[in-house]
Write a protein that binds this ligand. Structure first.
Ligand SMILES: [Zn+2]
Length: 196
């Protein structure tokens, strides 16, 4: 079974009733978060999950509303994982993701320094394993397969969607896109409609 929880369906415009874009997918004992918009951690908590429980963070694209709480997510996972040698959080996204993660951690550099200095149970800086993809199988374990494929959110580019497969079921998480034919390479095939 694949369990999908819409944590946030908002847009860049703040809405008192909708958190920013984020979707939680549980499959085969693994937990995937797609995008991390505004308010994602409150919604994760409401869904009985947390930053520390994530197998991977999947980013569809680097628009601000889809990554608004990336820094909070990385820092919270780091300070709530009481493991002397914590595994890095896996972040899979389009090209540019590593630059965004590095810049985000740099922005929290003072905080990271304070916490290392003041908390004996925290070691090292946050560890993040970033993998940039635009297509193909990007993760596979325990019968769970995650595939990426290009989407069409131009002029924002590159952008990707993800298909998570488990036990004969699948779910696709596309972020912002017009309908587009399946492809594994960038740029995507011609859009199926001209609604952009
Ligand atoms: Zn967007």
């Amino acid at each position: 079974m694949i369990e999908v929880t819409l944590l946030g369906t908002g847009s860049p415009i703040p809405d008192p009733n909708r958190a920013g874009p984020a979707t939680l997918v549980r499959a085969g004992g693994h937990t995937f978060l797609t995008d991390c918009g505004r308010g994602v951690q409150q919604r994760l908590a409401a869904a009985g999950s947390s930053a520390g429980a994530l197998t991977a963070l999947l980013l569809t694209h680097l628009h601000s509303d889809h990554i608004a709480d990336l820094g909070d997510l990385l820092i919270t996972r780091w300070i709530t994982t009481f493991d002397p040698d914590p595994a890095p959080i896996l972040v899979i996204g389009p090209p540019g993701t590593a630059e965004v993660v590095d810049a985000t951690l740099a922005a929290f550099g003072h905080d990271i320094g304070y916490r290392i200095a003041h908390h004996a149970d925290i070691t090292g800086p946050p560890r993040v394993d970033v993998r940039e993809h635009t297509g193909g199988v990007v993760w596979e374990h325990d019968g769970v397969v995650v595939r990426a494929a290009p989407t069409d959110h131009r002029p924002v580019a590159p952008t990707v969607g993800f298909r998570i497969e488990h036990d004969g079921a699948s779910v696709v998480l596309a972020g912002d896109t017009v309908p587009v034919r399946a492809s594994t390479t960038w740029p995507p095939a011609q859009a199926l409609s001209s609604t952009q």
